[in-house]
Design a protein around this ligand. Structure first.
Ligand code: SF4
Length: 258
């Protein structure tokens, strides 16, 4: 029988809030066994192909059932955090939207989106050339082909996430600026910027793998790596405390599971 979120949350090995600062790449996550989000996804996975398909009606039905369950837990969480859920005003909503728009237009966010587009352009062109060379029956070493597949997967995974996490970091920064007096509190802006930075680091490494796999295209990749490197440096300057942000689970020394 399917367990509810509340039942799953009783597992003592779970790391609280681990999913708040991860890259959502559950298939490759080293701590999936300690993540409530992943546990709830597994619980919903009935093994049918449909359950993995985000276009599928079954998926959305399950998602809305999780939403309903979460609603049931909200009051408890709000009470614990001392938050009055009925206090949200229209004005707060407007402020939030204004801050999100500000973040979206920020130079760092624009640079992240530019990188995502440049990466897409590169692969589009590469795939066209590859089609031609496939017809010409060019042979590629098997291990190099595997390396290329891995690298490509990594690049695609982070391609848009870098900008998304940067925008979240900027938007949180705008909100946090109202509470500047709380100095030592771990900031969502730093946590989100750290996730963006890790995505940048991994993307740089992945592009290097692409270079090593197809040396004849090596030069065309240099501008992308430089673009990422500039983005990395600018993000670190904007969020000087991001690298030292401690992400639950990932940046902690963990004891063995119970
Ligand atoms: S912590 Fe790991 S398992 Fe959980 S949502 Fe993030 S990537 Fe997925």
């Amino acid at each position: 029988m399917r367990r509810t979120l509340t039942e799953l949350a009783r597992n003592p090995d779970l790391i609280s809030g681990i999913y708040n600062y991860c890259d959502r790449w559950c298939e490759r996550c080293p701590l999936s066994s300690r993540c409530l989000l992943y546990a709830s996804e597994l619980e919903d996975d009935d093994g049918s192909p449909e359950s993995r398909d985000i276009q599928n009606e079954a998926f959305w039905k399950k998602l809305s059932s999780i939403f309903r369950e979460t609603q049931g837990m909200l009051k408890e969480w709000a009470d614990e955090a001392g938050v009055d859920l009925n206090e949200i005003k229209d004005e707060d909503d407007l402020n939030l939207r204004r801050k999100r728009r500000q973040a979206d237009k920020h130079a760092l966010a624009t640079a992240g989106k530019k990188y995502a587009n440049a990466a897409s352009d590169w692969f589009r062109e590469f795939d066209q050339i590859e089609e031609v060379s496939d017809l010409a029956a060019t042979e590629t070493e098997v291990d190099e082909a595997d390396r290329l597949v891995d690298a490509r997967e990594i690049i695609h995974w982070y391609q848009y996430q870098i900008a998304v996490k940067t925008i979240r970091a900027l938007s949180s920064r705008f909100e946090e600026s109202e509470f500047d007096e709380v100095d030592d509190y771990p900031r969502d802006s730093d946590g989100s910027a750290k996730v963006a930075l890790l995505g940048i680091d991994r993307s740089i490494a992945a592009w290097r793998l692409v270079q090593m796999s197809i040396s004849e295209r090596s030069e065309s990749i240099v501008p992308l790596i430089l673009q990422l490197e500039r983005l990395r440096q600018r993000t670190e300057r904007q969020f000087p405390n991001a690298r030292s942000f401690v992400r639950p689970g990932f940046d902690e020394i963990l004891g063995p599971p119970n």
